[in-house]
Ligand binder design. Sequence first.
Ligand SMILES: NC(=O)c1ccc[n+]([C@@H]2O[C@H](COP(=O)([O-])OP(=O)(O)OC[C@H]3O[C@@H](n4cnc5c(N)ncnc54)[C@H](O)[C@@H]3O)[C@@H](O)[C@H]2O)c1
Ligand SMILES: [Fe+2]
Length: 363
Amino acid sequence: MQRPPVLRFGTGTIASLKSWVDAKGFQKPFVIADAVNAGRLEVLGLGAVGCFGDVVPEPDLTNLMAAVEAAADADLIIGFGGGSAMDLAKLVAVMAGTDLALSDISGPNRAPARKVGLVQIPTTAGTGSEVGTRALVTDPETLNKVATESINMLADIAIIDPDLTMSVPKFVTAATGVDAMAHCVEAYTSKRAHPIIDAYALQGIELVGRYLKRAVEDGTDAEARAGLALAAFYGGVCLGPVNTTAGHALAYPLGTRHKLAHGIANALIFPHVLAANQPAVPEKTARICAALGFEGGSVEAVLAGATAFCAALGLDMRLRAHGVPEEDLPTMASDAHAIRRLLDWNPVDLSVSDIEALYTRAW
Ligand SMILES: NC(=O)c1ccc[n+]([C@@H]2O[C@H](COP(=O)([O-])OP(=O)(O)OC[C@H]3O[C@@H](n4cnc5c(N)ncnc54)[C@H](O)[C@@H]3O)[C@@H](O)[C@H]2O)c1
Ligand SMILES: [Fe+2]
């Protein structure tokens, strides 16, 4: 298991960033942020600081290269935002000041050692990217998500201050919370599930079961926000050694082909994959369902319970309600089926037509 050497968790921990930066002697910190977080750089307590504040949701190669160029002189990269900003920060930390292209470092273990420091500060409770070694960027030509993964992209420090998530809107809170839970669920039911990771996964699922609805209903509920920040962190721990399976594989085409955000794409797919996998992993599925507050003894019960769980968060669970055209389902199915790095670990082997059937049901 790989984690940043320093992890700070809790309300108010953001105030400790400056002393860490000073103690390490960094002179030119540079922030990678989305527009929302770029608008409140003062919470970092670093005074005037350079910033690329144009990170878009589900960033693509163009967005990445603009950030790399902006950060050329930095000695410390600070990812400040959701998974989109933190993923770009990981790549910027390796690429800034070099002439590396993404294609030179994509895939596993190709990124060279960093010459700059890396801090990660999540402001959504979703991806767990703050504790991971992986970054996802869309290739605008193929519309595929390119995964880059390296120990050199692991942060020197992650500061998880749940209060930074209080301003996340209801819909994003719901979608990112289901994403965090999906990381835990898919790792827990993966063919390469591991007992150490199972412990984190189950706690993460229980926390989402206990707190997600509360945080959606009242974004200022500090206890709920803290529970979800912890769940997202546990999900990030699950991603490293085990990673996701069919849920994320089927969610990716929704993002790359139809511009759905990562969180909502995963939420829409989650009940269908949990149900499809139930016969292969019945005990684990029953524990997941119990943690989320419903009974999961059959495929139908799992599908109904998980769909109702997500719908109760205010999510319209039909693909058609999110602009996915029915005629694209076959292409999406073949795209998803090709994501072998995830699907090979799913407890059930899903064919292209199985996947299309799941999409059709979700539509
Ligand atoms: N590295 C990994 O292992 C990993 C895992 C899962 C997902 N991802 C990637 O992460 C990205 C998705 O990240 P995300 O779900 O966190 O969404 P995001 O980073 O795209 O943010 C979603 C929206 O929320 C806004 N936002 C962020 N923090 C806010 C705050 N505190 N208050 C108000 N608004 C706020 C952002 O501006 C944005 O519009 C995708 O690109 C996905 O592929 C990476
Ligand atoms: Fe995810």
